[in-house]
Design a protein around this ligand. Sequence first.
Ligand code: ME8
Length: 541
Amino acid sequence: LSHQCKDERSYYITTPIFYVNASPHLGHLYSAVIADCLHRYKLLQGFNSKFSTGTDEHGLKIQQAAEAAGKDPLTFCTDVSERFKHLFSSCNISYTDYIRTTEQRHRQAVEHFWSVLWKKGHIYKGHYEGWYSTQDESFLTPMQVDDAVDSSGKEIKVSLESGHKVEWMKEENYMFRLSAFRSQLLDWLRGNPQAVQPEHFYQIVLQWLEHDLPDLSVSRHRSRLQWGISVPNDPEQTIYVWLDALVNYLTVAGYPDNHDQWWNVAHHVVGKDILKFHAVYWPAFLLGAGLPLPQTIHVHSHWIAGGKKMSKSLGNVVDPLQRSQLFTTDGMRYFLLRQGVPDSDCDYTDHKVLKLLNAELTDSLGGLLNRCTATALNPAQVYPSFCPLSFPREQGGRAVVEDYLMLDAVKNLPAVVEQHYESMHVYKALEAITACVRQTNGFVHRHAPWKLDKRNSKEQRWLDTIIHVSLECLRVYGTLLQPIVPEISNKLLSRLGVQPGERSWAALNFLPTYQGMDCPFEGRALGSDTGVLFSRLESQN
Ligand code: ME8
């Protein structure tokens, strides 16, 4: 493969581009929050990171939705695309690129990509006959189709996986030689066991590749589909929406001109519903075009409500904008990343959100910050000094075994969190942070600094030491939580007096005084904003 040279300090993360036939829902926000978390984390590590999201605006489904709304397709797409943008900016999704497939730069990229595949002989004109689901914009084999009845009692065929109606499609169009890429795809996966994560989804893709792959229809006749990009040199045919959509990742990278810097370090976040498109069709298209394959495809499962996949017809769709107003943006971000597990579906309820946020953000983290910065314990409102003599047991200090365990846990925490962020197991990172916060709360309770006699200088030094250690723990938690809850972290770090330039991964350096090094924060004034970190949420009913 050409262009394999990787810029080790660059990183490119993407979300799927979302269909504009319906309003954004919780699942869309979830994908965006995961990608945002990885992007922010890479920035904190000093990477040059690019983060793209956007909307998928072509295809029959959109064409029909625009017709039903009585709008011209572009106006319709612009309206809905703006709603996604609004949701993302309200939720602090710090994308660097927002792509719409109706943009000129994208049309050029798709036309170029198509022409390369055509010139290399991977596309041929043929006949397609088979089942098609417009809702899923997807072709299905007879094995993937089932009998059903629609709401009027009519017998229909549906997709086994999505339940959406399918129709028999028979037309002359362009076909992509997907069948020719099976062994190259297998080689790629076997050689890159991290390419599709988590492992469970990697295995699923390998299973798909055990069977022959049928060639894929990659265009529709114009009489059926007008809303799309025409096949170069054949205006009678419109390019299949999935080929069009997948190329968005290249468009943002700068394709066809200057894409190497980003394309060689691309990582995709996708829901499990679109795994085949990303882990089979997309790599096959890329191999055909002679381009490198994505570094990682991070797959996540679905949010469900009341045990069922959220869908408009079931009326169980959770509105992410309304919920983030109710629970705050950081509250929703925290909940989604703390409770969402990549391997299995998660049930959403408002009650769970309320309980989790009150317990972990208000009581545990907020309580710790309050206690350690309260004027009763810290009347001077400074970052107190660590007294080496009052801590270690061997020097007559007061530390107990649990305190040493806590110090070890917090010292190791950045590495643990890093590993879980990298593998997109964000919930495990948050589990580890929560466990440490609990240990620090235990440390404070165990030594009950409020009982110490401030007039006794030895006791005062021990009190300062307890607070110093606790603030150091809080500084680590605040720094590590920035990708998840940027506003809360900012509030916490500002209260500790940690300046914006002191919040990177490199600045973590937990408790330097313990190793006899200087601590830049010692003696520094605390920030003046004494407001609560996260206000307690009240039940709505
Ligand atoms: O598939 N739980 O767009 P789409 C979690 N345009 N995530 C969910 C979810 C749920 N209940 N529902 C949706 C498309 N998602 C194509 C993609 S990419 C080149 C083209 C998220 O609007 C999840 O990431 O149907 C899923 O894969 C994506 O939204 C599907 O969004």
